[in-house]
Design a protein around this ligand. Structure first.
Ligand SMILES: Cc1ncc(COP(=O)(O)O)c(C=O)c1O
Length: 484
């Protein structure tokens, strides 16, 4: 490995090399089996004699930190000697020379979704990668990586021109979003679209309103920017507009499929939200994260296309329609924000990965996204129908389904149970191999009515019945689950 060694002055050069390699091994920068730089190479790099380096390596070898063989070189030993490490236990944050802003201490850690593979996976928000056309996608990406003949310089922060045009057409056709390529900004997922809008729109102390229960990451993001985040209740028609305070700078909503409860906001409610925004001067951030999967009812026009006042920013994602690992999303913004958004993307990360963007443009333009979506709709519909049937049947005594027209999950309330009871169900279910999210984890200001979010992005249809049977056993008799 290319270990950094920095020498100070001309005294005890061998000792300095020894100490730095030893420290790198002890703090884990060098792992067992890693090669040390060859003595000749390191000597040249540090302008010291080869003997100086050899002596340092020999001392490390004598203490058991490294091993060496002629022809193989010197490498970090598989069995490291036991060395007393500085105890960390009695350190207090006050000892740290640099401290993050206090807001980061109030924030929970990111969830670890890589942990194990639950036998029965009802986690929401995850599409089924087993059906993704990897070979096709690989072909498109590798065509973009063919070599120096293509432009591999920093590009346009707002996004690859072909992709901006493809997304504009895609959302115009599939969602009646009114957008030209200039209105589209390519981002690393919806999450970055929201980050850029936060940078562009939010001053510390501004009020941001969001649905309660709602999607947690934007809440944390807005808080990190110094905003005061307030939860607004949700009913069967989505966000309750009459409950919005007047001093809101931005309201974050999921009108096509309220996350996590599932309501589709009817036209009348949409119009009243737009009227409220016109009256108060607030910006509406419309998150349309999974409405490509719509199962019943007629689609309602997005707020973005109903808006006549330029107050709505629309954000979308390829995380559900393709893969969340691609980190590709976008926002469609009114002209008044274009210049600032472009600068915000530039200061954030300059641009999203260009080969991926170009490949996605082809994926959309060649009709491959539409084909994949048709296939996935069949797959997910069968799963959804299966869960809906169980909710109306064997689970009807313990769970009360919440109606939802779109998306990759169904939500149901526990018929009985105190606030927090759903977290106890989550724990019991996990022990039975069933992964399911409790509604409580999406509460913003007020405790959520206990319930479960049953995602079907990851679970094969033939595993649903057994998964739900086990879940049923965890729910026990209605009323026996109590909060913790
Ligand atoms: C409400 C909501 N918005 C957005 C996203 C997707 O975000 P991203 O595009 O950053 O992956 C999700 C994913 O779970 C979501 O549930």
């Amino acid at each position: 490995v290319d270990l950094h060694v920095g020498l100070d002055g001309r005294r005890d050069l061998g000792g300095q090399i020894y100490a730095q390699v030893r420290a790198a091994i002890l703090d884990g920068r060098l792992r067992p089996g890693d090669d040390l730089p060859p003595t000749r190479e390191l000597a040249t790099r540090l302008a010291v004699s080869r003997n100086t380096v050899s002596a340092a390596y020999e001392r490390l070898a004598a203490e058991g930190f490294v091993s060496g063989r002629v022809g193989v070189g010197t490498y970090v030993s598989a069995q490291l000697p036991a060395v007393a490490r500085r105890p960390d236990a009695d350190r207090s944050p006050a000892d740290d020379p640099v401290r993050p802003r206090a807001v980061w201490d109030t924030m929970s850690d990111p969830p670890d979704l890589s942990l194990g593979e639950p036998a029965f996976d009802f986690r929401t928000g995850l599409p089924d990668a087993r059906y993704f056309p990897f070979a096709t996608w690989r072909g498109l990406v590798s065509a973009e990586l063919r070599g120096a003949g293509q432009r591999h310089t920093y590009g346009e922060p707002a996004g690859h021109p072909a992709l901006r045009a493809a997304i504009a057409r895609h959302v115009a056709v599939s969602r009646a979003v009114l957008a030209g390529p200039a209105d589209v900004f390519v981002t690393n997922g919806i999450q970055q679209a929201i980050d850029l809008l936060g940078r562009v729109l939010i001053e510390p102390g501004d009020v941001v309103a969001m649905e309660d229960p709602g999607y947690p990451p934007p809440k944390r993001l807005f808080r990190s920017l110094g905003a005061r985040v307030v939860g607004v209740p949700v009913d069967a028609d989505g966000l309750v507009v009459d409950a919005l305070p007047d001093d809101v700078r931005l309201v974050y909503v999921t009108p096509s499929h309220q996350f996590p409860l599932g309501a589709a906001m009817p036209l009348a409610r949409r119009l009243s939200l737009l009227a409220w925004a016109r009256r108060t001067g607030a910006v509406i951030l419309e998150d349309d994260y999974d409405s490509e999967f719509r199962w019943t009812g007629r689609p309602v026009e997005p707020l973005q296309s109903l808006d006549r006042a330029g107050r709505v920013v629309y954000v979308g994602s390829f995380s559900k329609t393709m893969l969340p690992t691609l980190r590709l999303g976008f926002c469609v913004a009114p002209a008044s924000l274009h210049t600032a958004l472009r600068k915000a993307k530039y200061v954030a990360d300059w641009q999203s990965g260009q080969p991926m963007q170009a490949a996605l443009a082809r994926f959309i333009d060649d009709g491959l996204l539409a084909r994949h979506l048709r296939r996935m709709r069949r797959v997910y519909r069968a799963r959804r129908d299966r869960i809906a049937m169980a909710l109306d049947g064997q689970l009807a005594g313990v769970l009360e389904p919440v109606s939802a027209a779109a998306g990759l999950h169904l939500t149901a309330w526990l018929r009985e149970g105190d606030p927090g009871a759903d977290e106890e169900v989550e724990r019991r279910a996990a022990a039975a191999g069933v992964a399911v999210y409790p509604l409580s984890m999406f509460a913003v200001d007020r405790p959520a009515r206990p319930g479960l979010v049953l995602g079907y992005g990851m679970i094969e249809v033939d595993r649903i019945d057994e998964g739900l049977r086990r879940l049923h056993a965890c729910l026990g008799r209605a009323g026996t689950v109590t909060g913790t």
